[in-house]
Write a protein that binds this ligand. Sequence first.
Ligand SMILES: [Zn+2]
Length: 499
Amino acid sequence: MKKPEKARHPKLTSLLAFTLSMVIGLSPVLATAASKDLPKLGEAAGATLSVAEEQMIGDRIMTQIRRSQYLMKDPLVTDYIQQLGHKLVAANPDALGRRFQFFIIQESSINAFALPGGYIGIHSGLITESQSESELASVLGHEVAHVTQRHLARRLEQQDKISIPTILGVIASVIAATQDPEAGIAGMSATQAAAQQSIISHTRDNEEEADRIGITMLSSAGFDVRAAADFFETLQQASRYTQKPPEILLTHPLSRNRIAAARERSQMYPQIEYQSSVDYYLVKARIKSTELINSEDSLRLLEKKYSNRQLTSIEDRYLYAELLKSKGKTQKALTVLTDLYKEHPDNHLLLFTLAETHRLNKTSSVILPELTKQLAKTPGSTKLILATAQIYLDNKQPEEAEKLLLRYVDVNQHNPNYLYTLAEAQAQAGHTPEMHETTGQYLLLLGDLRTAKKHFELALNSTSKDPYAQTRIQARLEEVNKKIREILTENARSRFATG
Ligand SMILES: [Zn+2]
C-alpha cells in the first residue's frame, strides 16, 4: 500500500484532512490522488459526473465524518438541524426525490458547506452567531440550492483530468484550510492552493442562483425572507473587526451587490414576522453549553442573574441548567428545567433534557410517566424513544428497550446513535444474533466494512431457523461483500493504471 496522503501534509490536523487520510487508509486507491493516469471522472458514463458518482463521493466523505470527534452526535441538535433542513427541502420542488442529510460540525467559525450527494454541513459557530431561526434557515436554503443546481458537480465536470481521489483531496484540503488556514494552505504551494480553492469556491453566478432559489424556499417554507440579507450583514459585521473574514465568505464570496440584491429580492415576497421556535433557542444554548463547559465565569454570571430574577430568556435559562448539569448540580438543574417545561409543555427537547438530568440524578422513574404520555401522542419521536429506552436500560429492562427501539428502527437506520442503543439493549437482553446484526449495521454506517462483515457472519451462524431473518442477514452480508469488492477492484485498477 502506498504512503498515505497525510504524510505529505503533516500539519493537516483538522477534520477533513483527517477525514481524507482515513478515506485513504480505507481504500488504497485514494492514496494515488496525485496520479494523472487514473481514468477521468465520468469517462465510463460519458462526459458528465453522474448522480451516482456524486453520491459515491459524498458517501465516502460522510462515512469518515461520522467517525470523527468533531461531528456533533447529540440527538437533540442533530434532530433539530435535520428537521429545519427538511422543512426547506420540502419547499423546493427540484429537491423532490433527492436525499438530503444535514449535520453539525463542532467548530466555532461561521461556515456551512454542501458536499456532493446532498450532505450539508453546518459549523456550530454559524448557529450560535445567527440572530434568528430565519437567518439560519437562509443559509440552509442557500446550501440546498447549491445541491439541487449541482453547482459543485458541474464545476468538477469542467475540470480536465480530474479523478475521484483528487476531488476528495481537494474538498478535504480546502475545507481543512478554511477551518485552520495555517495548517491547511501551509501544506501546499500557493498555486496549488489557489487552483484547488477555485474548484471548490462557488462562482458569482452560482452564488446569485443559490441566493435566488434559496430565498424562494425561505418564503415557501414560511420564514422571514429578509433574513438572508440580515445574515449577510451579520457576516459583514463579523469581518469588520478582524483581519480574517468569516470562513463562509471564502467559498461563498459576498459582495456589496449581493446584499443589495438579497434586500431587493425580499421585497418581492410576502413579509412575514417569523417567530424563532423555542427549539432554536434551546439548540443554541445546548451548543453554547458545550463551549462554556469549563467557564466558571459564565456559570457565576448566570447564577447571579438567576438569584436576582434577571434570568429571563429561554436561551439563558437552558444554558444555566446545562452548565449546572455539567457540574453535577443536577437537583438545581432540574428546578430550572422543570420550570421551563411547565411554560412549554409538550416540548420534546426540554423533556429529553429533563429525562437526561433525572438519569444523572438517579430519579428517572419520576419522568417515565410523562415520557410515556408524550410518546403515546407522538410515537415516532426519535428523541423520546431514545430517552425512554435509556431509562429502561438503567432499570434493567432491556427487553422493553429493545421492543420500543425495534418499532422505529427502519426510519432510524442511518442514525448511529439509535443503532448503538438498540445493540446495547439486545446485548443486555441476551439476544445475541440480533445484537450481531444491529452491530453490523452500525459498523457498516461507520464504514468499518470488515468488522461489519464479521458481525453479520456471526449473526447468520447463531440465528434461529427463522427464514426471514436468514434472508435478511444474507442480503446484508451480500451488501457488505459488494462494497469490499468495489474497493478491491478500484485498488487493482489504480495499481494497473499507475504501473
Ligand atoms: Zn454559496
